[in-house]
Design a protein around this ligand. Sequence first.
Ligand code: AHR
Length: 498
Amino acid sequence: PRAHIALDRKAVVGPVRRRTFGSFVEHLGRCVYTGIHEPDHPTANEDGFRTDVVELVRELGSTTVRYPGGNFVSGFRWEDSVGPREHRPVRRDLSWHSLESNQVGLDEFARWLKLTGSELMLAVNVATRGILPALDLLEYANHPSGTALSDLRIANGTPEPHDVRMWCLGNEMDGPWQTGFMTADDYGKIAARTAAAMKAADRDLELVVCGSSGSGMPTFGDWERTVLEHCYDHVDYVSCHAYYQVHDGDLGSFLASSLDMEFFIDTVLATADHVGHKRQSKKRMNISFDEWNVWYLEEHKASDEVNHEWRHAPRQLEDVYTVADAVVVGNLLMTLLKRSDRVTSASLAQLVNVIAPIMTEPGGPAWRQTTFHPFAITSRLASGEVLRPLVDAPTYPTARHGEAPLVDAVATVDDGRAAVFLVNRDLSEPARVTVDVRSLGLSRVTEALTLADADPYAQNTLADPLRVVPAANTSAVLADGVLDVELPPVSWTAIALG
Ligand code: AHR
């Protein structure tokens, strides 16, 4: 196919927000234990954290990290995870049917975040606890000193407050799988009361109320409306969660997954604005897209380690990603950028081992999955402002998302530089793409990288961790204000201009 894209320097969507490049660490499977934390590993630091993983997290360029769940948070007692490690209890985690040793808790995790240069985003347990434990956690985490819980934090070895700004009011409360799940009405009421109490302690907190666990949820839309009718004045973000996978070998539909993400975002914003309008509120609700990724959920039901014995850190949700998965991840990130006016925070779910861009082997190496690359490159190159591109591309029919453009694009522009991100969804043909960049006033291609492979199912594994890496795209040429590039079939590309 051939596609033409026009960029207008004045067609600004919004700023490139660093929080778009957030990720997620849940106490699930081997994300924490033998993922980021492995005291016996040759690279472990004094806290037991793997420094080889820290280096990869820095290279990934992830920013805000959501913690400690996920479904895990709905059975979590935060007090278990602070203080002397030898006194911390082992608990059953009902959501993932495993044992939690609590050897990594808030204070250790905050130290790990400092090594990675990331911001902490904390979730409180709204499902099976109440307002007081949430307020206690807030006091422990953020109060400087001179109160029972801030002094406890200091006694536990953390003199400075963690100063956590973003807080999630529970997790996926619309999902029947959630321990203590609720109706929208029940959740809206408890979330409003919890939010109001937390803001009484600190009115500058940024609070995220649970939206839908996916656009396919039977309550989607009604859930957001009901919850926001209760919470609108007390919260700052409504969350969206979305996972995609190839269904029945239909790669064409899968490659168009970002169309569902666009629909999801647009529908949530329309619903939130409707509630805001009815309340005659001047406030505009934004989205925290705090779980998104490719996840082969259906396959896991059959293949995950059976954990009836209540094991600690079993191998769960260890998806091995393909080139096609990486193209979709890159495209989903482009979609989040395209809505950066209202999607003001996001978290790739998750970070290490569990549906993750980074994998580890206990006692062994850490490596980059295919999906690592589009995320890391976008985080590195996107800066300044996001431009809304005019994309003129042929379409193809998909079973799940209707007609989909064969080529998708987004661009960012900053002082003296810009970046164009592109995907070609065609399964067999390269795409020839021209991009009119005259309004940007830039003259040369400074970097052009493409992720593609003759085999769209190629993967990086422990045995072959460098099978899929981005390659220079030597076809990218900028002349007379027109960027010309060829995109291989099923590919993701980033082009930096200067
Ligand atoms: O990210 C894995 C799980 O997906 C999370 O625990 C949950 O919130 C979602 O269902």
